[in-house]
Design a protein around this ligand. Structure first.
Ligand code: ZN
Length: 504
């Protein structure tokens, strides 16, 4: 059985989810559904990044305990699962005990010559969780946040990234780690070519306010003895390990800490008190895919593979990098107040329309824009008129002639859907499907089945109805509910139903 592990990045949970993250998680969900529909064994993970300084500062400003703060926002993100009809198997939170154990295990597995202590002075942007060099700033301010970074001096642990430069260049240029699209791959290669510097992988407990994964002193290969309590891990070093801890990395039978285990029961109860999932979906699985945004590519294509190589663990095999979404042409920002709440959007227009907009209208390989007027235009033009109208029209004619379609199990994805999805071109796949919808409409207009009767009508409408059913199957990764409805409607005796997408 073919197997794939698909992950989303884990966002900071210091605010409610916005449309940008909705894009990523819907893309990853479409891929998971695409592979599952072909009989693949899929494991799909998402989660929350909870150990950042940003969370500490936001909680302090709000006057609540950090754990309470992250619990509240993590719960908001978990609600996206229902709202957007997502199928991830696990929502991994990095403030949970099992994640701490996994992050500490990865640290302990890194070659000892790769981790060293050094006194350091630098300019740190908490928003980015990143040290900047003087020449990378805009008039002394962070280019992402426009804030003045903090000057920090402390003794930290460093990771010897510099010794992985050639290794990483080869890894990415040969597509052993395949980065899509090509423009992002080139960006990473030129970054590596400029020369890689070692990076700090811990910070003082005082600066972290005691929040984060404690660094354990390494004694030989064992890290049982916790003596280093003055440092916590740099948040990226622990956050990336989520891809492994979501699979139980670092767990040992009998040592499972139940306290914070969130999905002990119910539909997501696929966790084990051991590393079985890690063995199955990471160690012995040839398809390990990260879906990420372009802003964090350096961490995923440079830091992360080097950390894994040092620890002797196999690397991700593919990374798909999506772009950013602007709203009405402007960068999304809390201060402008133009954040789009995915929950409100779903309430108003329905989950299928939101998924459709994200997958069809946002260019999968680049940046895109969200606008309400465009949303309505697409909804009416492509969902209500295009798909909805075709389905209603064919169903009515089929019902008129008592058409009955035998059940069908072995659907196949059309070439243009399958090929495009393998390349993460959600938009191209949907454009191709909508071309088929137009072609069917045209065929009906030419054949004029409504002028026919009896067996002539049946003969004309039967292949068209079957084609509608094929399109419905091909829609399943993108619009799962709509796909299911149409498949049901067009199996057995075809009946007329109320419109799939009432016009707005
Ligand atoms: Zn910043």
């Amino acid at each position: 059985m073919k197997r794939i592990y698909i992950t989303t990045a884990i966002p900071y949970v210091n605010a409610s989810p916005h449309i940008g993250f909705a894009l990523e998680i819907v893309q990853a969900d479409a891929l998971a559904r695409f592979y599952r529909a072909q009989g693949w064994d899929v494991f799909f993970s998402s989660g929350a990044d909870e150990n950042s300084l940003k969370n500490v500062q936001a909680a302090e400003a709000a006057g609540v305990k950090v754990q309470k703060w992250v619990d509240k926002y993590a719960a908001e993100y978990e609600k996206l699962r229902d709202a957007l009809n997502l199928t991830y198997d696990v929502f991994n939170r990095t403030s949970e005990d099992h994640h701490f154990k996994g992050a500490q295990k990865l640290w302990s597995l890194c070659k000892s010559e790769d981790i060293y202590k050094k006194k350091y002075r630098g300019l740190y942007c908490v928003g980015c969780e990143l040290f900047y060099k003087e020449n990378e700033l805009d008039n002394g301010r962070c280019p992402e946040h426009g804030t003045v970074p903090e000057e920090i001096e402390e003794e930290n642990y460093f990771f010897r990234l510099s010794s992985y430069q050639d290794y990483l260049y080869k890894l990415i240029s040969t597509d052993k780690l395949k980065i899509t699209p090509q423009t992002r791959k080139n960006e990473v290669l030129s970054f590596i070519k400029q020369g890689l510097e070692d990076f700090s992988i811990s910070r003082s407990n005082a600066r972290a306010r005691g929040w984060g994964v404690p660094v354990l002193e390494k004694e030989g290969s064992s890290f049982a003895k916790a003596t280093e309590d003055k440092q916590v891990m740099y948040v990226w070093f622990d956050a990336l390990v989520t891809y492994l801890t979501a699979l139980g990395f670092g767990r040992r039978p009998g040592l499972l800490v139940q306290k914070n285990l969130r999905f002990g029961e119910g539909p997501l109860a696929r966790r084990h008190a051991d590393e079985k999932l890690f063995d199955k979906y990471w160690k012995s699985n040839p398809n390990r895919l990260h879906v990420i945004g372009k802003g964090i590519i350096r961490f995923h294509s440079v830091y992360w593979p080097a950390m894994l190589a040092s620890a002797g663990i196999n690397l991700p095999t593919a990374e798909f990098v999506h772009g950013y979404i602007t709203v009405e042409g402007q960068k999304i920002s809390k201060s402008i107040g133009n954040t789009i709440d995915p929950f409100e959007l779903v309430d108003k227009f329905g989950v299928e329309a939101v998924r459709y907009y994200l997958l069809r209208e946002i260019p999968a390989w680049g940046d895109g824009d969200f606008s309400i007027s465009r949303f309505k235009e697409i909804y009416n033009g492509e969902l209500a008129n295009g798909l909805g109208n075709l389905v209603a029209r064919v169903a009515r004619l089929a019902a008129d002639t008592n058409l009955s379609l035998p059940p069908k199990k072995n659907f196949k994805f059309k070439k243009e859907v399958g090929e495009n999805l393998k390349q993460y071109r959600f938009d191209h796949a949907l454009i191709a499907l909508w071309e088929e919808i137009s072609a069917l409409d045209k065929k009906i207009n030419e054949e004029k089945p409504w002028e026919l009767e009896g067996s002539a009508l049946k003969k004309s409408i039967s292949p068209i109805a079957k084609e509608v059913r094929e399109i419905a199957f091909n829609l399943s990764p993108f619009l799962p509910k709509t796909s299911e409805k149409i498949l049901e409607q067009f199996t057995g005796k075809v009946t007329a139903q109320k419109p799939l997408f009432p016009r707005i």
